[in-house]
Design a protein around this ligand. Structure first.
Ligand code: ADP
Ligand code: MG
Length: 237
């Protein structure tokens, strides 16, 4: 009898006295951290810094990237980055979001529901920066697509690694050929940077980090921001 009542309470999410209780079977949801910034800003480098920190604090996590993270999204990524692809801006926006919805539904949301933290190298802010700023598509079109994302896929923390575009590009293309985006002109990258900063303005979910400094200085700021989130929401279960 008690067991039946107990199960009933858990399913409905109410305690014996009618107060709201968390279902016993569901772990606390994981937290969602995204890394943003232009090419060569240090996203991949600092993703490793975050992974190390989460491991040291026994926080379960997955790391992933955009566009990408699923077979479909990685195929779209190849098309998007291939310098010989001819893609009009609106198609580019829809391709990026097609990849994103697949990634969110198959990878990001399930991991967060399981209580894993998700670190993602680029997410929705990149669409505002590249397709909004870079390609000059109307902000409202991107906002409309953003509204289709589930609430759970709203980042808890966005680390915006901000660096002068020329400096980042030199770092990024030192040892390889430039992709379709990296072949864009300087003005494109100035607009990307401006759009990123516009997104970050006035929101406490964003940390704008000066990524023009040494690796160590950037990593210290990244670790402090992520450490704050771990302190707030708890580490390993
Ligand atoms: N703060 C930094 N100062 C100098 N070089 C850096 C810094 N951060 C990263 N790098 C180097 O710049 C290159 C691009 O870094 P990466 O992390 O791959 O950037 P992103 O993923 O943002 O394109 C790499 O060779 C990396 O070692
Ligand atoms: Mg990278």
């Amino acid at each position: 009898m008690l067991a039946i009542r107990g199960r009933c309470c858990v399913e409905r999410g109410y305690g014996a006295a009618g107060q709201r209780v968390a279902p016993m079977s569901a772990p606390p949801r994981g937290r969602f951290i995204t890394l943003e910034g232009g090419e060569g800003a240090g996203k991949s480098t600092n993703l490793k810094v975050i992974e190390k920190l989460l491991r040291s604090r026994a926080v379960p996590y997955i790391s992933t990237r955009e566009p990408g993270g699923t077979d479909l999204a990685e195929s779209l990524r190849s098309l998007l980055l291939n310098p010989s692809s001819e893609i009009v801006p609106l198609s580019e926006l829809l391709m990026v979001f097609a990849a994103r919805f697949d990634h969110v539904e198959k990878v990001i949301v399930p991991a967060l529901r399981e209580g894993k933290w998700v670190i993602c190298d680029r997410f929705v802010d990149a669409s505002f920066a590249y397709q909004g700023g870079g390609r000059e598509l109307p902000w409202s079109k991107i906002e409309a697509l953003e509204r289709w994302l589930p609430r759970l896929a709203r980042p808890d923390l966005v680390l915006l690694l901000d660096v002068a575009p020329g400096r980042g590009l030199t770092r990024a293309t030192r040892n390889r050929k430039a992709d379709r985006f990296e072949q864009e002109r300087a003005a494109f990258y100035q607009r990307v940077r401006k759009a990123y900063l516009r997104r970050a303005r006035g929101s406490s979910r964003y940390r704008v980090i000066n990524a023009g400094r040494s690796r160590r200085a950037v990593a210290t700021d990244v670790s402090a921001a992520v450490g704050g989130l771990i302190d707030r929401f708890g580490g390993g279960r």
